[in-house]
Design a protein around this ligand. Structure first.
Ligand code: PMT
Length: 404
Protein backbone atom coordinates (compact mmCIF):
# COMPACT_ATOMS: atom_id res chain seq x y z
CA UNK A 1 0.00 0.00 0.00
CA UNK A 2 1.00 3.61 -0.50
CA UNK A 3 -0.82 6.48 1.17
CA UNK A 4 -2.92 8.89 -0.83
CA UNK A 5 0.17 11.10 -1.38
CA UNK A 6 1.99 8.19 -3.01
CA UNK A 7 4.36 8.00 -0.02
CA UNK A 8 4.68 5.28 2.65
CA UNK A 9 1.46 4.17 4.37
CA UNK A 10 0.90 6.09 7.61
CA UNK A 11 0.26 4.27 10.86
CA UNK A 12 -0.56 5.96 14.16
CA UNK A 13 0.95 3.78 16.89
CA UNK A 14 -0.96 4.34 20.13
CA UNK A 15 0.87 3.24 23.26
CA UNK A 16 -0.91 2.86 26.61
CA UNK A 17 0.58 2.59 30.09
CA UNK A 18 1.51 -0.95 31.02
CA UNK A 19 4.63 -2.99 31.50
CA UNK A 20 4.26 -4.22 27.89
CA UNK A 21 4.80 -0.65 26.61
CA UNK A 22 8.49 -1.43 26.15
CA UNK A 23 7.54 -3.99 23.46
CA UNK A 24 5.86 -1.21 21.47
CA UNK A 25 9.35 0.20 20.86
CA UNK A 26 10.17 -2.97 18.91
CA UNK A 27 6.84 -2.76 17.06
CA UNK A 28 7.68 0.83 16.08
CA UNK A 29 11.16 -0.10 14.83
CA UNK A 30 9.92 -3.08 12.82
CA UNK A 31 7.15 -1.06 11.17
CA UNK A 32 9.57 1.71 10.15
CA UNK A 33 11.96 -0.92 8.75
CA UNK A 34 9.07 -2.34 6.72
CA UNK A 35 8.59 1.05 5.02
CA UNK A 36 5.72 2.36 7.17
CA UNK A 37 5.51 6.02 8.24
CA UNK A 38 4.92 5.70 11.99
CA UNK A 39 3.55 8.44 14.25
CA UNK A 40 3.68 7.41 17.92
CA UNK A 41 1.02 8.71 20.31
CA UNK A 42 1.68 7.97 23.98
CA UNK A 43 -0.88 8.25 26.78
CA UNK A 44 0.18 9.95 30.02
CA UNK A 45 0.46 6.52 31.69
CA UNK A 46 2.60 5.19 28.84
CA UNK A 47 5.20 7.87 29.58
CA UNK A 48 5.60 6.36 33.07
CA UNK A 49 6.93 3.18 31.43
CA UNK A 50 8.72 4.42 28.28
CA UNK A 51 9.90 7.87 27.22
CA UNK A 52 8.55 9.78 24.21
CA UNK A 53 12.20 10.34 23.25
CA UNK A 54 12.71 6.61 22.67
CA UNK A 55 9.87 6.58 20.15
CA UNK A 56 10.90 9.91 18.58
CA UNK A 57 14.34 8.47 17.90
CA UNK A 58 12.93 5.45 16.06
CA UNK A 59 9.70 6.68 14.45
CA UNK A 60 9.06 8.81 11.36
CA UNK A 61 7.74 11.73 13.41
CA UNK A 62 8.33 12.90 16.97
CA UNK A 63 6.15 11.15 19.56
CA UNK A 64 3.01 13.07 20.52
CA UNK A 65 1.51 13.05 24.00
CA UNK A 66 -0.72 16.11 24.27
CA UNK A 67 -4.19 16.91 22.94
CA UNK A 68 -3.59 20.48 24.06
CA UNK A 69 -0.37 22.45 24.58
CA UNK A 70 1.46 20.76 21.69
CA UNK A 71 2.67 22.57 18.55
CA UNK A 72 -0.59 21.82 16.66
CA UNK A 73 -4.05 23.23 17.46
CA UNK A 74 -6.01 20.07 16.54
CA UNK A 75 -3.52 17.19 16.26
CA UNK A 76 -6.14 14.42 16.58
CA UNK A 77 -8.01 15.35 13.41
CA UNK A 78 -4.80 15.59 11.38
CA UNK A 79 -3.64 12.23 12.74
CA UNK A 80 -7.03 10.60 12.25
CA UNK A 81 -7.54 11.92 8.72
CA UNK A 82 -4.04 11.12 7.47
CA UNK A 83 -3.78 7.64 8.99
CA UNK A 84 -4.02 4.56 6.80
CA UNK A 85 -4.30 2.49 9.98
CA UNK A 86 -4.35 3.08 13.75
CA UNK A 87 -2.71 0.46 15.97
CA UNK A 88 -2.93 0.51 19.77
CA UNK A 89 -0.26 -1.70 21.39
CA UNK A 90 -0.49 -2.27 24.24
CA UNK A 91 -4.18 -1.45 24.71
CA UNK A 92 -5.21 -1.27 28.35
CA UNK A 93 -8.65 -1.99 29.85
CA UNK A 94 -9.11 1.78 30.24
CA UNK A 95 -8.39 2.50 26.58
CA UNK A 96 -10.63 -0.33 25.38
CA UNK A 97 -13.44 0.91 27.63
CA UNK A 98 -13.11 4.55 26.61
CA UNK A 99 -12.94 3.67 22.90
CA UNK A 100 -15.99 1.37 23.14
CA UNK A 101 -17.94 4.07 24.99
CA UNK A 102 -16.86 6.83 22.59
CA UNK A 103 -15.13 8.83 25.31
CA UNK A 104 -12.38 11.11 24.11
CA UNK A 105 -10.25 12.23 27.03
CA UNK A 106 -6.73 12.39 25.61
CA UNK A 107 -4.90 12.56 22.28
CA UNK A 108 -5.06 8.81 21.65
CA UNK A 109 -8.80 8.37 22.34
CA UNK A 110 -9.57 11.56 20.39
CA UNK A 111 -7.56 10.22 17.42
CA UNK A 112 -9.40 6.89 17.56
CA UNK A 113 -12.72 8.74 17.32
CA UNK A 114 -11.42 11.08 14.60
CA UNK A 115 -10.35 8.39 12.16
CA UNK A 116 -12.11 6.39 9.49
CA UNK A 117 -9.02 4.22 8.97
CA UNK A 118 -8.94 0.57 10.10
CA UNK A 119 -8.07 0.15 13.79
CA UNK A 120 -6.20 -2.75 15.41
CA UNK A 121 -5.84 -3.11 19.18
CA UNK A 122 -3.41 -5.43 20.94
CA UNK A 123 -4.66 -5.79 24.54
CA UNK A 124 -2.31 -6.44 27.45
CA UNK A 125 -3.36 -6.70 31.10
CA UNK A 126 -3.53 -9.04 34.05
CA UNK A 127 -5.65 -12.20 33.60
CA UNK A 128 -8.32 -11.03 36.07
CA UNK A 129 -8.77 -7.78 34.13
CA UNK A 130 -8.67 -9.53 30.76
CA UNK A 131 -11.39 -11.97 31.83
CA UNK A 132 -13.58 -9.31 33.43
CA UNK A 133 -17.00 -9.17 31.70
CA UNK A 134 -16.70 -5.39 31.26
CA UNK A 135 -13.49 -5.76 29.23
CA UNK A 136 -14.87 -8.69 27.20
CA UNK A 137 -18.12 -6.84 26.46
CA UNK A 138 -16.23 -3.71 25.42
CA UNK A 139 -14.04 -5.80 23.10
CA UNK A 140 -17.12 -7.49 21.65
CA UNK A 141 -18.51 -4.00 20.91
CA UNK A 142 -15.28 -2.98 19.20
CA UNK A 143 -15.13 -6.23 17.18
CA UNK A 144 -18.72 -5.67 16.06
CA UNK A 145 -17.65 -2.23 14.77
CA UNK A 146 -14.84 -3.78 12.71
CA UNK A 147 -11.91 -3.21 15.08
CA UNK A 148 -9.30 -5.97 14.80
CA UNK A 149 -8.03 -7.52 18.04
CA UNK A 150 -4.52 -9.02 18.13
CA UNK A 151 -3.90 -11.48 20.98
CA UNK A 152 -3.34 -11.43 23.86
CA UNK A 153 -1.24 -14.52 24.59
CA UNK A 154 -0.83 -16.67 27.69
CA UNK A 155 2.46 -16.29 29.50
CA UNK A 156 4.43 -14.35 32.08
CA UNK A 157 2.78 -11.17 33.30
CA UNK A 158 4.00 -8.33 35.53
CA UNK A 159 4.75 -9.29 39.13
CA UNK A 160 5.72 -12.85 38.22
CA UNK A 161 2.15 -14.01 37.54
CA UNK A 162 1.40 -16.34 34.63
CA UNK A 163 -1.82 -16.44 32.61
CA UNK A 164 -3.81 -14.94 29.74
CA UNK A 165 -3.31 -11.25 29.01
CA UNK A 166 0.30 -10.99 27.79
CA UNK A 167 0.79 -8.67 24.81
CA UNK A 168 1.08 -10.55 21.50
CA UNK A 169 4.67 -10.82 20.25
CA UNK A 170 5.88 -7.71 18.36
CA UNK A 171 6.44 -9.77 15.19
CA UNK A 172 2.81 -11.02 15.33
CA UNK A 173 1.52 -7.45 15.81
CA UNK A 174 3.62 -6.15 12.92
CA UNK A 175 2.50 -9.05 10.69
CA UNK A 176 -1.16 -8.22 11.43
CA UNK A 177 -0.58 -4.55 10.57
CA UNK A 178 1.26 -5.35 7.34
CA UNK A 179 -1.41 -7.85 6.32
CA UNK A 180 -4.09 -5.20 6.85
CA UNK A 181 -2.11 -2.55 4.93
CA UNK A 182 -1.42 -4.85 1.98
CA UNK A 183 1.80 -4.78 -0.09
CA UNK A 184 3.98 -1.75 0.60
CA UNK A 185 5.59 -0.06 -2.39
CA UNK A 186 9.33 -0.02 -1.59
CA UNK A 187 10.32 1.01 -5.12
CA UNK A 188 11.63 4.32 -3.72
CA UNK A 189 14.68 2.34 -2.52
CA UNK A 190 16.25 2.46 -5.99
CA UNK A 191 14.23 5.26 -7.57
CA UNK A 192 17.22 7.61 -7.93
CA UNK A 193 19.73 5.06 -9.26
CA UNK A 194 21.79 6.70 -12.00
CA UNK A 195 20.86 10.25 -10.90
CA UNK A 196 23.40 12.73 -9.52
CA UNK A 197 21.95 14.78 -6.68
CA UNK A 198 23.77 17.88 -5.41
CA UNK A 199 22.76 18.99 -1.91
CA UNK A 200 24.02 21.95 0.12
CA UNK A 201 23.86 22.09 3.89
CA UNK A 202 24.83 24.26 6.85
CA UNK A 203 25.41 27.96 7.36
CA UNK A 204 28.23 29.78 5.60
CA UNK A 205 30.85 31.67 7.64
CA UNK A 206 32.04 34.97 6.28
CA UNK A 207 35.35 35.98 7.87
CA UNK A 208 35.88 39.34 9.55
CA UNK A 209 39.42 38.60 10.65
CA UNK A 210 41.40 35.35 11.26
CA UNK A 211 39.26 34.49 14.35
CA UNK A 212 35.82 36.04 13.76
CA UNK A 213 33.08 35.51 11.20
CA UNK A 214 29.51 36.44 10.33
CA UNK A 215 27.40 33.30 10.49
CA UNK A 216 23.97 31.86 11.21
CA UNK A 217 22.38 29.05 13.22
CA UNK A 218 22.14 26.38 10.53
CA UNK A 219 23.37 23.00 11.82
CA UNK A 220 23.28 21.23 8.47
CA UNK A 221 20.75 18.66 9.77
CA UNK A 222 18.15 19.42 7.08
CA UNK A 223 20.61 19.21 4.17
CA UNK A 224 22.33 16.12 5.55
CA UNK A 225 18.91 14.44 5.89
CA UNK A 226 18.17 15.15 2.22
CA UNK A 227 21.59 13.78 1.24
CA UNK A 228 21.01 10.61 3.31
CA UNK A 229 17.58 10.00 1.81
CA UNK A 230 18.83 10.57 -1.76
CA UNK A 231 21.70 8.12 -1.13
CA UNK A 232 19.22 5.59 0.29
CA UNK A 233 17.29 5.87 -2.97
CA UNK A 234 20.40 4.95 -4.96
CA UNK A 235 21.52 8.43 -6.14
CA UNK A 236 25.13 9.54 -6.55
CA UNK A 237 25.06 12.32 -3.95
CA UNK A 238 27.47 15.26 -3.79
CA UNK A 239 27.01 17.06 -0.48
CA UNK A 240 28.49 20.56 -0.30
CA UNK A 241 28.44 21.38 3.38
CA UNK A 242 29.79 23.70 6.04
CA UNK A 243 28.57 21.41 8.82
CA UNK A 244 30.73 19.06 10.85
CA UNK A 245 27.79 16.65 11.30
CA UNK A 246 28.38 13.07 10.14
CA UNK A 247 28.17 12.36 6.43
CA UNK A 248 25.80 9.60 5.33
CA UNK A 249 27.41 6.44 3.88
CA UNK A 250 28.16 6.54 0.18
CA UNK A 251 27.91 10.33 -0.09
CA UNK A 252 30.69 12.35 -1.76
CA UNK A 253 31.38 15.36 0.47
CA UNK A 254 32.87 18.76 -0.35
CA UNK A 255 33.64 20.82 2.77
CA UNK A 256 33.35 24.58 2.40
CA UNK A 257 33.12 27.61 4.69
CA UNK A 258 32.12 30.72 2.78
CA UNK A 259 29.34 31.55 0.33
CA UNK A 260 31.97 32.03 -2.40
CA UNK A 261 33.49 28.58 -1.74
CA UNK A 262 30.00 27.04 -1.74
CA UNK A 263 29.16 28.82 -5.01
CA UNK A 264 32.39 27.58 -6.65
CA UNK A 265 31.81 23.99 -5.50
CA UNK A 266 28.11 23.86 -6.43
CA UNK A 267 28.39 25.60 -9.80
CA UNK A 268 31.22 23.21 -10.79
CA UNK A 269 29.10 20.08 -10.32
CA UNK A 270 25.53 21.31 -10.91
CA UNK A 271 25.56 21.06 -14.75
CA UNK A 272 25.74 17.23 -14.51
CA UNK A 273 23.14 16.92 -11.71
CA UNK A 274 19.57 15.73 -12.24
CA UNK A 275 18.51 17.32 -8.95
CA UNK A 276 20.01 20.22 -6.96
CA UNK A 277 18.71 20.94 -3.45
CA UNK A 278 19.87 24.19 -1.81
CA UNK A 279 19.15 23.54 1.88
CA UNK A 280 22.14 25.60 3.06
CA UNK A 281 21.70 28.91 4.83
CA UNK A 282 23.94 31.03 2.63
CA UNK A 283 24.95 34.43 3.95
CA UNK A 284 23.56 37.29 1.89
CA UNK A 285 26.31 39.66 2.97
CA UNK A 286 30.01 39.39 3.81
CA UNK A 287 32.60 41.91 5.05
CA UNK A 288 34.03 43.75 2.06
CA UNK A 289 37.55 43.37 3.42
CA UNK A 290 38.97 40.76 5.79
CA UNK A 291 41.54 41.92 8.33
CA UNK A 292 44.82 40.00 8.01
CA UNK A 293 45.40 40.02 11.78
CA UNK A 294 43.03 39.84 14.74
CA UNK A 295 41.16 43.12 15.29
CA UNK A 296 42.23 44.56 18.65
CA UNK A 297 39.87 46.18 21.19
CA UNK A 298 42.53 48.81 21.80
CA UNK A 299 42.09 50.04 18.23
CA UNK A 300 38.43 50.95 18.93
CA UNK A 301 35.15 49.56 17.61
CA UNK A 302 35.72 48.56 13.98
CA UNK A 303 33.39 49.65 11.22
CA UNK A 304 32.59 46.63 9.08
CA UNK A 305 31.39 47.41 5.58
CA UNK A 306 29.35 44.62 3.99
CA UNK A 307 28.89 43.58 0.38
CA UNK A 308 26.58 41.05 -1.31
CA UNK A 309 27.63 37.41 -1.66
CA UNK A 310 26.91 35.50 -4.86
CA UNK A 311 23.31 34.23 -5.00
CA UNK A 312 23.97 30.58 -5.76
CA UNK A 313 20.34 29.55 -6.21
CA UNK A 314 19.68 32.42 -8.61
CA UNK A 315 22.77 31.46 -10.62
CA UNK A 316 21.60 27.84 -10.74
CA UNK A 317 18.12 28.93 -11.84
CA UNK A 318 19.56 31.13 -14.61
CA UNK A 319 21.69 28.28 -16.03
CA UNK A 320 19.41 25.33 -15.34
CA UNK A 321 19.97 22.47 -17.82
CA UNK A 322 16.93 20.88 -19.49
CA UNK A 323 15.32 18.30 -17.21
CA UNK A 324 17.10 19.31 -14.00
CA UNK A 325 14.92 19.77 -10.91
CA UNK A 326 16.05 22.74 -8.83
CA UNK A 327 14.88 22.89 -5.22
CA UNK A 328 15.33 25.88 -2.95
CA UNK A 329 14.56 26.37 0.72
CA UNK A 330 13.06 29.58 2.06
CA UNK A 331 13.78 30.44 5.69
CA UNK A 332 10.99 32.81 6.67
CA UNK A 333 9.76 34.49 9.83
CA UNK A 334 6.48 35.96 8.51
CA UNK A 335 4.25 35.79 5.41
CA UNK A 336 5.89 32.45 4.72
CA UNK A 337 4.04 31.47 1.53
CA UNK A 338 4.08 34.91 -0.09
CA UNK A 339 7.79 35.42 0.55
CA UNK A 340 8.66 31.89 -0.59
CA UNK A 341 6.57 32.25 -3.76
CA UNK A 342 8.40 35.48 -4.60
CA UNK A 343 11.79 33.73 -4.20
CA UNK A 344 10.58 30.77 -6.29
CA UNK A 345 9.68 33.05 -9.16
CA UNK A 346 12.72 35.33 -8.90
CA UNK A 347 15.23 32.46 -8.80
CA UNK A 348 13.49 30.19 -11.40
CA UNK A 349 13.15 27.33 -8.91
CA UNK A 350 10.98 24.25 -9.57
CA UNK A 351 10.17 23.51 -5.93
CA UNK A 352 10.50 25.77 -2.89
CA UNK A 353 10.48 24.29 0.61
CA UNK A 354 9.35 27.11 2.89
CA UNK A 355 9.90 26.83 6.61
CA UNK A 356 8.87 29.28 9.30
CA UNK A 357 12.09 29.30 11.30
CA UNK A 358 10.34 30.90 14.30
CA UNK A 359 7.73 28.09 14.64
CA UNK A 360 8.21 25.62 17.52
CA UNK A 361 10.05 22.49 16.37
CA UNK A 362 10.90 23.99 12.96
CA UNK A 363 13.90 25.52 11.22
CA UNK A 364 17.41 25.78 12.59
CA UNK A 365 19.15 23.17 14.77
CA UNK A 366 16.16 21.04 15.81
CA UNK A 367 15.62 17.47 14.51
CA UNK A 368 12.13 18.28 13.20
CA UNK A 369 10.71 20.68 10.65
CA UNK A 370 7.38 21.89 9.37
CA UNK A 371 7.29 23.05 5.75
CA UNK A 372 5.08 24.22 2.94
CA UNK A 373 6.05 22.96 -0.52
CA UNK A 374 5.38 25.42 -3.34
CA UNK A 375 5.96 24.60 -6.98
CA UNK A 376 6.29 26.58 -10.19
CA UNK A 377 2.75 25.55 -11.22
CA UNK A 378 1.37 27.39 -8.18
CA UNK A 379 0.58 24.31 -6.08
CA UNK A 380 0.87 24.75 -2.31
CA UNK A 381 1.26 21.64 -0.13
CA UNK A 382 1.35 22.17 3.63
CA UNK A 383 3.17 19.44 5.54
CA UNK A 384 2.75 18.67 9.26
CA UNK A 385 5.55 18.74 11.81
CA UNK A 386 7.84 15.76 11.18
CA UNK A 387 11.45 14.70 11.49
CA UNK A 388 13.90 16.21 9.02
CA UNK A 389 14.46 12.66 7.72
CA UNK A 390 10.73 12.30 7.01
CA UNK A 391 10.60 15.73 5.34
CA UNK A 392 13.56 14.74 3.15
CA UNK A 393 11.53 11.71 2.00
CA UNK A 394 8.49 13.91 1.30
CA UNK A 395 10.64 16.30 -0.81
CA UNK A 396 12.22 13.48 -2.82
CA UNK A 397 8.82 11.79 -3.34
CA UNK A 398 7.56 15.09 -4.67
CA UNK A 399 10.54 15.50 -7.02
CA UNK A 400 10.01 11.95 -8.35
CA UNK A 401 6.41 12.86 -9.15
CA UNK A 402 7.62 16.06 -10.85
CA UNK A 403 9.94 14.00 -13.07
CA UNK A 404 7.25 11.48 -14.16
O1 PMT B 1 20.61 23.32 8.94
P1 PMT B 1 19.46 23.18 9.93
O2 PMT B 1 19.85 23.59 11.33
O3 PMT B 1 18.85 21.80 9.85
O4 PMT B 1 18.33 24.23 9.51
C1 PMT B 1 17.62 24.05 8.31
C2 PMT B 1 17.39 25.38 7.58
C3 PMT B 1 16.49 26.29 8.41
C4 PMT B 1 18.74 26.10 7.34
C5 PMT B 1 16.75 25.01 6.19
O5 PMT B 1 15.53 24.36 6.44
C6 PMT B 1 16.52 26.26 5.34
O6 PMT B 1 15.54 26.95 5.46
N1 PMT B 1 17.51 26.56 4.45
C7 PMT B 1 17.52 27.78 3.62
C8 PMT B 1 18.08 28.94 4.42
C9 PMT B 1 18.15 30.22 3.60
O7 PMT B 1 19.22 30.69 3.34
O8 PMT B 1 16.98 30.68 3.19
P2 PMT B 1 16.79 32.07 2.34
O9 PMT B 1 15.33 32.27 2.31
O10 PMT B 1 17.65 33.16 2.88
O11 PMT B 1 17.35 31.70 0.90
C10 PMT B 1 16.50 31.17 -0.13
C11 PMT B 1 17.29 30.16 -0.95
O12 PMT B 1 18.36 30.81 -1.63
C12 PMT B 1 17.91 29.02 -0.16
O13 PMT B 1 17.77 27.81 -0.89
C13 PMT B 1 19.38 29.41 -0.05
O14 PMT B 1 20.22 28.26 0.01
C14 PMT B 1 19.59 30.18 -1.35
N2 PMT B 1 20.62 31.24 -1.28
C15 PMT B 1 20.49 32.29 -0.43
C16 PMT B 1 21.45 33.30 -0.43
C17 PMT B 1 22.54 33.21 -1.31
N3 PMT B 1 23.50 34.13 -1.32
N4 PMT B 1 22.64 32.15 -2.15
C18 PMT B 1 21.70 31.18 -2.15
O15 PMT B 1 21.80 30.22 -2.93
Amino acid sequence: MTSSSGASPRVVLGVCGGIAAYKAVEVCRRLVDAGVHVTPVLTASATKFVTPLTFSALASEPALTELFDGPEAIPHTRLGQQADLVLVAPATARLIGAYAAGISSDLLTATLLATRAPVLVAPAMHTEMWEHPAVQENLATLRRRGVGVIGPEEGRLAGGDVGAGRLAAPEAIVAAVLERLGPIDTSSASSLAGTTVVVTAGGTREPIDPVRFLGNRSSGKMGHAVAAEAARRGAHVILVTTASAGVPDGVEVVRVETAQQMADAVLAVAPRAGIVVMAAAVADFRPRSVAGTKLKKADGVPEIVLERTPDILAALGAAKPEGQVLVGFAAETHEVCANAAAKLAAKHVDLMVANDVTAPGAGFEVDTNRAVLLDSAGRVDEQPLMTKAALAAVILDRISKEQQ
